[in-house]
Design a protein around this ligand. Structure first.
Ligand SMILES: [Zn+2]
Length: 295
């Protein structure tokens, strides 16, 4: 604890002592609150890679595994960092996870096999957080090294985009590129393809990667974005249900949601709006998905 923290603590103690006689309940409430650390999600720091640093030296410096850094930073390719690259560093090993509506912190804790009270404290004792940091308590070093090399293997073996986002090939109900909006006649750029499919059809990841977005997003409705290797990204929009959460690593064919009509679909016919984007200096640029998924 630094000197500055000490003085803050003393002044708050003095404040508490001053009101002890009149508000005993307040004292216990304050004491409770002080047991809780700052939420882990507020303790992330940014790190800019400097010359001669590697993923391993950065991981050592922050006392976390390379695997954690890779999970938090989809811009890392093939386990290599580049000078000047900005990384997000969590306070300790773990993942960021969205709590689906209807689920409780207790259920999330059970899913990750950690104690609910530990998860509660790590996240600043919030009653109903929407997003939590799920810590990964230190396993044996061998385990984490093994896990790390598995993740690195997975990343270098990622098969680009070879899958199809639906269980069966289907027709393109509305193509990619400059189009006329059938509803209002406006010319607009359609950044993906609309694949005909009944509501409720399973939507699958077209390749391995990491989920970087999984929630409602304006006209897209319920949207899932997956970052793949080699600077590619896939997006699945207007979903009815979302079955994955941010930070999750997935493989080709994993169920990520179901076809829906959330947001503002361009056409009325039930479909999946599917996009492929490629990382460039201008950001994530839309590509014609037909070049990647055939048909
Ligand atoms: Zn569309």
């Amino acid at each position: 604890m630094s000197f500055r923290d000490c003085s803050v603590l003393f002044s708050s103690l003095a404040g508490i002592l001053g009101i002890i006689s009149t508000f005993p309940n307040l004292v216990s409430a304050q004491t409770e609150a002080r047991k809780c650390p700052t939420p882990a999600l507020e303790r992330f720091v940014r790190h800019q890679v400097v010359t001669e640093e590697t993923l391993q030296t950065i991981a050592q410096r922050y006392d976390i595994t390379s695997a954690t850094i890779i999970r938090m930073n989809p811009t890392i390719r093939n386990g290599k960092v580049t000078v000047g690259q900005n990384l997000i560093i969590p306070p300790y090993d773990g993942i960021v996870e969205k709590i689906p509506s209807g689920q409780t912190l207790r259920e999330i804790a059970a899913k990750h096999k950690i104690r609910a009270d530990a998860l509660f404290e790590v996240n600043g004792c919030q009653e109903n957080p929407r997003v939590v940091f799920v810590p990964e308590f230190k396993k044996k070093l061998e385990n984490s090294l093994q896990e790390e090399s598995n993740i690195l293997d997975n990343i270098s073996n990622f098969n680009q985009i070879t899958g199809y986002p639906l269980p069966e090939n289907t027709t393109v109900a509305f193509p990619y590129g400059w189009q006329i909006n059938p509803t209002n006649g406006d010319v607009f750029f359609h950044s993906g393809i609309d694949l005909s499919a009944p509501l409720g059809t399973s939507v699958q990841a077209v390749g391995g990667g990491v989920v970087v977005f999984a929630q409602e997003q304006g006209t897209y409705g319920n949207l899932v974005i997956i970052n793949h290797s080699k600077g590619l990204q896939s997006r699945y929009a207007h979903l009815e249900d979302i079955k994955v959460s941010v930070g999750e690593e997935i493989v080709k064919g994993d169920l990520i949601g179901t076809v829906g009509a959330t947001g503002i679909p361009t056409i009325k016919e039930p479909h999946l709006h599917f996009e492929i984007r490629s990382s460039s200096s201008l950001g994530w640029v839309a590509k014609d998905p037909k070049e990647y998924v055939g048909k």
